[in-house]
Design a protein around this ligand. Structure first.
Ligand SMILES: [Zn+2]
Length: 142
């Protein structure tokens, strides 16, 4: 994990980009801090926010490059994200249902084609026999 000296080596725009990246990925329950450190749950003992729970980087510094997120907010985000995921999966299941129905119809159409092909074969056999009979009659006429 980089220390403060490394951060001060960054030019202003890379620092701002990193802060943006940290904020962009700040959704749901954080699994790790962008700095690579673990997230722990901390309960505030400061008077203003006493009892407030936070997901916070084990190596938190207030420089915009570490994760610190209110527990309630993270849980709300995560719940919203999971709900969206479930809705998305339900949509996919519906599409699968439609596909299943289509495959079933293709199966039935294919079975009906098999029947038609068998029937055509039978008709060709009949035409073959009729042609042979005609050929025999023509031969007898000659
Ligand atoms: Zn961190």
């Amino acid at each position: 994990m980089p220390d403060d000296d490394n951060y001060s080596d960054l030019d202003g725009s890379s620092y701002i980009n990193m802060v943006y990246a940290v904020n962009d990925s700040n959704y749901g329950i954080p699994e790790s801090c962008p700095c690579g450190s673990q997230i722990t749950v901390e309960i505030s003992t400061k008077e203003a926010g006493i009892g407030k729970k936070y997901f916070v980087c084990k190596d938190f510094k207030n420089d915009g490059l570490h994760r610190k997120k209110e527990w309630n907010e993270a849980i709300e985000d995560e719940t919203r994200r999971l709900k969206e995921k479930i809705a998305d999966n339900e949509g996919r299941l519906c599409s699968l249902g439609v596909l299943e129905y289509q495959v079933d119809r293709i199966d039935k159409a294919s079975q009906s084609n098999d029947g038609n092909i068998a029937h055509l074969g039978y008709q060709i056999d009949g035409i073959d026999k009729a042609m042979k009979e005609n050929t025999d009659e023509i031969a007898q006429l000659g």
